[in-house]
Design a binder for this molecule. Structure first.
Ligand SMILES: O=P(O)(O)OC[C@H]1O[C@](O)(CO)[C@@H](O)[C@@H]1O
Length: 549
């Protein structure tokens, strides 16, 4: 039996002091904190390039932050940041370095990994991506029948889909290349509906898979190839299929010629891979210069993260405040509210980024943890979210810390955009301030007696619901890069404090393993193996419906 080791961060004195501090401050309403300190916003907000982080609408005082910074010291956060930045193999279970930040380093930088400078390799790949996407966008790379490529279909899932899909939608105003479509689900409807209306002669497929072993992506890739070969000869494949992967052998075995393969490295985690060749679909849509601006924005955030003192460090502050609610207030979720239609996929991307990184119950060395770790991430674009679930945020019984992400400028109707921004600001104010029963009653003019007693409590808002606001001067490739890198580092800091390996994802394997066993059992006449009665029953129901059809 393996030795059970305990991560003892929760045995530290500061951990106990944070619990004590929570008990002694939990009744303080944020209204009081604002009323007592007219300079609260100035003190609890930060600016970097075109990004403003307002963290003043949180249940924090200077003392809270002091204790949280002490917790970061006890967890040796700085040491862990240096280890990541320096290329140490901090992904211990997979014995890999974690260097998505190296993908954002300028060409004149250098970083040795196992004695090899990775920066020239990174830039060599970027140059290949730029040459290829430049050729496709200019019409120098044409389809087998000489047609310009008008549509690109990215076949990938998880980190090989969510990041580029988010960025592609967010940067829609910069699209001047071919249309880009993202197909991820193994549900055949996803590919079929995407291919409707596409012309094989002007369609380019990107098979995007770090491992090149993901069944969903391979099934879609084979299905796409069948669709293509029903409309074009075999030799044409090389003009219409490229791949992005670390697994050059498997991509080659699929039939991707070496010149059509864009590689990356095992020190890039899938959910951190947008910045690598996984971003090829995005570069095809917005061009090399905008893609490099995205990288530059992320690099600006990397430099801030690695060099700013914790007290003025955006990712560290957002992370520690998140730990405060998650671990010391028992808030189990964190909501992401992008007040921008272009950022509507941000919650989905951060769900993978955060929950696949920190959704763990054991520490990086297998230690058992007896405290809560990663929160459930959820969210929706604003203002749609207001008309869906804000009732619960305002008058429910749950503590839900949330991030409001709001660009200050729009490329469309400015007057209408002002209404969007006003709603975002109003929601954070209402969530913080609430409305007392006295204030509610004061508004119920002409109502009295039982009606007043019934209505007033229903029009009362407890408030004290925390939120961060990330205000972007405008949503651009640069600020998008900053924003996504900010969340990557926030997740890193939380994992570091909780003692997790934020860079493996063993938890995804068991379901896949069982799916591999069940898939053949859905065939008529195939013996069904050992399962519980429910799974047996479900398999039976599937076979029954297919027997009738
Ligand atoms: O890029 P790949 O190797 O196809 O993996 C896709 C996704 O599947 C996962 O491994 C989860 O199953 C993610 O971590 C990853 O982003």
């Amino acid at each position: 039996m393996a030795t059970i080791r305990f991560n003892d961060i929760n045995a530290s004195q500061v951990w106990a002091r944070l619990h004590q501090h929570q008990r002694s401050t939990r009744h303080v309403h944020m209204r009081e904190l604002f009323d007592a300190d007219p300079g609260r916003f100035e003190r609890f907000s930060l600016r970097l390039d075109g990004l403003l982080l307002d963290y003043s609408k949180n249940r924090i005082t200077d003392r809270t932050l002091e204790l949280l910074f002490e917790l970061a010291e006890v967890a040796d956060l700085k040491g862990q940041m240096d280890a990541m930045r320096g290329g140490e193999r901090i992904n211990v279970s997979e014995n890999r370095a974690v260097l998505h930040t190296a993908l954002r380093l300028p060409a004149d930088a250098s970083l040795l990994v196992d004695g090899v400078d990775v920066v020239p390799e990174v830039h060599a790949t970027l140059a290949r991506m730029a040459a290829f996407s430049g050729d496709v966008r200019a019409g120098d790379w044409r389809g087998h029948a000489g047609q310009k490529i008008t549509d690109v279909v990215n076949l990938g899932i998880g980190g090989s889909d969510l990041g580029p899909l988010l960025a592609c939608e967010a940067l829609a105003p910069w699209h001047d290349g071919p249309r880009v479509h993202y197909v991820s689900n193994v549900d055949p409807a996803h590919l079929a509906r995407t291919l409707e209306g596409l012309d094989a002669a002007s369609t380019l497929f990107i098979v995007c898979s770090k491992s090149f072993t993901t069944p969903e992506t391979l099934l879609n890739a084979h299905a796409a190839r069948r669709w293509f070969l029903a409309r074009a000869p075999e030799p044409a494949l090389a003009r219409h299929f490229v791949a992005v992967s670390t697994n050059t052998c498997a991509a080659g075995a699929f039939g991707i010629p070496p010149d059509n393969l864009f590689g990356f490295w095992d020190w890039v985690g899938g959910r951190y891979s947008l910045w690598s060749a996984v971003g090829l679909s995005l570069m095809l849509a917005v061009g090399e210069a905008n893609f490099r601006e995205l990288l530059a924005g992320a690099h600006a955030m990397d430099t801030h993260f690695f060099e700013a003192p914790f007290t003025r460090n955006m990712p560290v502050l957002m992370a520690l405040i998140g730990v405060w609610y998650n671990t010391f207030y028992g808030a189990h979720t964190h909501a992401i509210m992008p007040y921008d239609h272009g950022l509507r996929r941000l919650p989905a991307h951060i769900q993978q980024l955060d929950m696949e990184s920190n959704g763990k119950r054991v520490g990086r060395y297998g230690e058992r943890l007896d405290f809560d770790t990663g929160p459930v991430i959820w969210g929706e674009e604003g203002v749609n979210s207001q008309h869906a679930f804000f009732q619960l945020l305002h008058q429910g019984t749950r503590l839900v810390p949330s991030d409001f992400i709001v660009p200050m400028q729009s490329r469309y109707d400015d007057a209408q955009h002002r209404v969007l921004v006003a709603n975002a600001f109003a929601q954070t104010e209402a969530l913080m301030r609430g409305k007392t029963v006295a204030e509610a009653m004061a508004e119920l003019t002409g109502v009295s007696g039982e009606a007043l007693d019934m209505l007033a409590p229903q029009k009362t808002f407890p408030g004290n619901q925390p939120s961060n606001t990330l205000a972007l001067s405008a949503l651009t490739p640069h600020t998008l890069g900053m924003l996504l890198a900010l969340y990557e580092h926030k997740v890193f800091v939380q994992g570091a404090v909780w003692g997790l390996n934020s860079f493996d994802q063993w938890g995804v394997e068991y379901g896949k393993q069982l799916a591999r066993a069940i898939a053949p059992e859905l065939e008529q006449g195939v013996d069904v193996g050992e399962h519980d009665s429910s799974t047996h029953g479900l398999i039976g129901f599937y076979r029954e419906t297919h027997a009738q059809s």
